[in-house]
Design a protein around this ligand. Structure first.
Ligand SMILES: Nc1ncnc2c1ncn2[C@@H]1O[C@H](COP(=O)(O)OP(=O)(O)OP(=O)(O)O)[C@@H](O)[C@H]1O
Ligand SMILES: [Mg+2]
Length: 257
C-alpha cells in the first residue's frame, strides 16, 4: 500500500519539482503521513467499536451506560467502604488503559457491581484505545440454548463468539446466575461450558514478551468455589482472578435497588 507522501512525491515530481528545500519537503511529507495514519487509526477504532457494540448482549436487550461521576459512595450506608471500592475501581481503570489482566467483581444483588463495571466501560471508551464488549451471561445462555433453532441464530452466535474471543476487554456480567442458584448442585450444560472454554482459551493468549493481550471482567454473586461447582475448574482458573488488587469485593454494601 502506498502512503499519502508517495503520491505527493510523484505529483510534485510530475509538476516540475518543489518550491521547498529537500529537508523542508521531507518534514512536510512525514507530517502528512503521520496525520493520515492517526486519522486512519481513529476511524478504524470507531469501526471496530461499532462491531463490538452490535455483538454485545444486554439484559432485556437494552444497552445501558453509567459513569464514575454517577457512582456515588453516598448512596451506601457505609460511605467509607464504598469510597474505598470506588477508588480501587478507578485504580483498576488507570492500569487497564495500558495493561491487561482479569478483574473479578463479587457481591450481593443490587450493590452496584454492574453500575461500576459500566463506569469502567465508559471510561475506557473515552480515555483509551481499547475495544470493549458487554455480555450479559443470562442473555448469552439463551443464545446458546436456541443456537439450533434457526440459521440466523447460529450465524449471530458465531459472530458473538468471535468477538468475545478477540475484543480487548470483555465483560461477563452476572456470571453464575445463568446456571441458577448456587449450592444446589446445578452445573452448566456441556454446550455452555464448551462455548466459554473456547472463549477463555483464546483470551488467555500472551504476546512474545509473555504479556497478556486481553482482559476479562467478571461480575458475580457467586464466590469462586461456587463458580467451580458450576463450571470446569480450568475455565474458572482462566476467567476468575485471585489477585487481590484486581478483585473488587462488594461485601458490606447494601442492595440499593
Ligand atoms: N453507588 C451508586 N451510585 C449510584 N447508583 C447506584 C450505585 N450503586 C448502584 N446504583 C444503582 O442501583 C441499581 C442496582 O445496581 P447494579 O445493577 O449495579 O447492581 P448489581 O450489583 O449489578 O446487582 P446484581 O447482582 O443483581 O446484578 C442500578 O440502577 C444502579 O445504577
Ligand atoms: Mg448486575
Amino acid at each position: 500500500m502506498n502512503n499519502v507522501s508517495d503520491f505527493a512525491t510523484e505529483w510534485i515530481k510530475s509538476h516540475g519539482g518543489t518550491l521547498l528545500s529537500e529537508e523542508e519537503l521531507a518534514t512536510k511529507l512525514a507530517d502528512i503521513d503521520k496525520q493520515a495514519e492517526e486519522k486512519a487509526a481513529v476511524d478504524y477504532l470507531a469501526l471496530k467499536r461499532k462491531v463490538y457494540d452490535r455483538d454485545s448482549l444486554w439484559p432485556s436487550n437494552r444497552k445501558a451506560t453509567f459513569t464514575f461521576e454517577r457512582w456515588l459512595p453516598e448512596r451506601q450506608a457505609n460511605v467509607k467502604l464504598a469510597t474505598k471500592i470506588k477508588n480501587q475501581a478507578t485504580d483498576i481503570f488507570k492500569r487497564l488503559r495500558s495493561d491487561n489482566f482479569n478483574i473479578f467483581i463479587l457481591g450481593n444483588a443490587g450493590t452496584g457491581k454492574t453500575a461500576i463495571t459500566l463506569a469502567l466501560v465508559n471510561a475506557l471508551e473515552r480515555y483509551s484505545h481499547k475495544t470493549v464488549m458487554f455480555v450479559s451471561t443470562v442473555a448469552l445462555r439463551e443464545s446458546v440454548m436456541y443456537e439450533f433453532s434457526d440459521l440466523g441464530a447460529r450465524a449471530k452466535l458465531d459472530r458473538i463468539a468471535k468477538s468475545m474471543q478477540e475484543v480487548d476487554v470483555l465483560i461477563l456480567d452476572d456470571f453464575g446466575s445463568e446456571v441458577g442458584m448456587s449450592g444446589n448442585g446445578k452445573q452448566a450444560t456441556e454446550r455452555l461450558q464448551q462455548f466459554y472454554m473456547r472463549v477463555a482459551d483464546a483470551r488467555y493468549e500472551v504476546d512474545e514478551n509473555d504479556k497478556r493481550t486481553k482482559s476479562t471482567i467478571v461480575t458475580s454473586n457467586n464466590v469462586r468455589s461456587e463458580l467451580e461447582g458450576m463450571y470446569n475448574d480450568k475455565l474458572i482458573s482462566r476467567l476468575v482472578t485471585k489477585k487481590t488488587e484486581n478483585v473488587l469485593l462488594f461485601a458490606g454494601l447494601e442492595d440499593i435497588r
